[in-house]
Design a protein around this ligand. Structure first.
Ligand code: ATP
Ligand code: FE2
Length: 328
C-alpha cells in the first residue's frame, strides 16, 4: 500500500497545500498567493493571509484528491527558510492537523523540497539552478549533502525582477510580465553590468542601472529584454562551471523564475553543448507549492526520519547544506 502525505507550504507570499502518494502520484496541488496592496511583502500581513486561507485550502485539496482524512499517513510542512510569522502560521496548522488526526509530522527544508520534486521529472543526480524570489543558488549533491556551489551575494533574481517591476509600475510578482515585455520586437540590447565573482553573482548593479536608464527614458521593453539576457547569462555561466567542476551530466531548474522560457532555453542550450540532459518541472511544481513539501516529507519518513512536536520549531535561516540527506 502506498503512503499518502499532505504537505503545507507557506515560507513567503504563497500558501500551498499538496497531497501526494509515495509512488509519486500527485493527488492535489492548491495554492493562493498574497498580493500586497502596495510595496513589498509585509510578513505579518502575509501570515494573516495564510491563516485566513489555510483551512478552506486544505478542504479544497482533500476534495480534489477525493480521499478522506483517514487515508492520510503523514503531515509535513516547510520549516524554513522563510519569513518568521508565515512559517509559524503554517507550522501551527501542521501541528494541529497532525495532533487531531494522530499522524506523524515532519518539518522539511523548503530549498531541498524544490530539488527533490525536480527529481520526480526523471533526473537522477543533477546540478540544480534554484531561482526564486528570495533564493538564487547553484546546488549539487556531494558527499551526503546538498551543497551550494554558487549563490547571489545580494538579492535573489526574482526579487530583482519584482523590484524593477515595482519601480516601473508592474504588478507583483513581475517576472511573468517582464518575460512578456522582453519578447516585444525590436529586441534592442542595452548594456548592463555583468557581475559574476568566482562562483557567485550579484544583481543589485543590474537593478540600479536599469532603474536609472528607465528614468532617462530608455524603452521598457528593451530594458526587460536586456535584464533577462544579462542576468540569465550570468546564471548560465555559473551553472555551467558547477557542472564542469562536479562532472555532473544533468541540470535541473527549480523555483518560480524557472517558469521563464528564455532562461529555460539558455540553460537547455548550454546543456546540449555539453552533452548533458536538461530538466524542468511543470509550472505548478516550480513555484512554491505544497506538493514538493509533501513529497520531501514522504521521502524523509520512508527513510525512517522522525520528528516529535518539539522538533518542529521553525527555522528562519535553515540552510540547504544543513540538511543531512540520509535518504540518498
Ligand atoms: P523562495 O521562498 O524559494 O525564495 P518565492 O517565495 O520567491 O520562493 P517562488 O514561487 O519560488 O516564490 O518564486 C516567485 C518568483 O518567481 C517571483 O519573484 C516572480 O517574479 C518569479 N517569476 C514567476 N514567473 C516568472 C517568469 N515567467 N519569469 C521570471 N520570473 C518569474
Ligand atoms: Fe521557493
Amino acid at each position: 500500500m502506498s503512503k499518502i502525505c499532505l504537505g503545507l507550504e507557506g515560507t513567503a507570499h504563497t500558501i500551498g497545500v499538496g497531497i501526494i502518494s509515495d509512488d509519486g502520484l500527485i493527488l492535489a496541488n492548491k495554492f493562493k498567493m498574497y498580493h500586497p496592496a502596495e510595496g513589498g511583502i509585509h510578513p505579518r500581513e502575509a501570515a494573516n493571509h495564510h491563516a485566513q486561507h489555510i483551512v478552506p485550502l486544505i478542504e479544497e485539496a482533500m476534495i480534489s484528491a477525493n480521499i478522506s482524512y483517514r487515508d492520510l499517513d503523514l503531515i509535513s510542512f516547510s520549516q524554513g527558510p522563510g519569513l518568521g510569522p508565515c512559517l509559524r502560521t503554517i507550522a501551527t496548522s501542521a501541528r494541529a492537523l497532525a495532533l487531531t488526526l494522530n499522524l506523524p509530522i515532519i518539518g522539511v527544508n523548503h530549498c531541498v523540497a524544490h530539488i527533490e520534486i525536480g527529481r520526480l521529472t526523471g533526473t537522477k543526480d543533477p546540478i540544480l539552478l534554484y531561482v526564486s524570489g528570495g533564493n538564487t543558488q547553484v546546488i549539487a549533491f556531494v558527499k551526503g549533502k546538498y551543497r551550494v556551489f554558487g549563490e547571489t551575494l545580494d538579492i535573489g533574481i526574482g526579487n530583482m525582477l519584482d523590484k524593477f517591476g515595482r519601480f516601473v509600475g508592474l504588478r507583483f510578482p513581475a517576472g511573468g510580465a517582464i518575460e512578456e515585455l522582453a519578447l516585444k520586437k525590436p529586441q534592442n540590447f542595452i548594456e548592463l553590468p555583468y557581475s559574476v565573482k568566482g562562483m557567485d553573482i550579484s544583481f543589485s548593479g543590474v537593478l540600479t542601472a536599469s532603474q536609472n536608464l528607465y528614468k532617462k527614458g530608455k524603452s521598457l521593453e528593451n530594458l526587460c529584454y536586456s535584464i533577462q539576457e544579462v542576468t540569465f547569462a550570468m546564471l548560465t555561466e555559473v551553472t555551467e562551471r558547477a557542472m564542469a567542476h562536479t562532472e555532473k551530466a544533468e541540470v535541473l531548474l527549480g523555483g518560480g523564475v524557472a517558469c521563464n522560457k528564455r532562461l529555460q532555453n539558455m540553460i537547455k542550450q548550454m546543456a546540449v553543448e555539453r552533452d548533458a540532459k536538461f530538466f524542468v518541472p511543470e509550472k505548478g511544481l516550480c513555484i512554491d507549492n505544497g506538493v514538493m513539501i509533501a513529497w520531501l516529507g514522504l521521502i524523509m519518513h520512508n527513510a525512517d526520519i522522525e520528528m516529535s512536536v518539539e522538533d518542529t520549531v521553525v527555522r528562519q535561516r535553515f540552510r540547504t547544506d544543513e540538511v543531512d540527506a540520509s535518504w540518498r
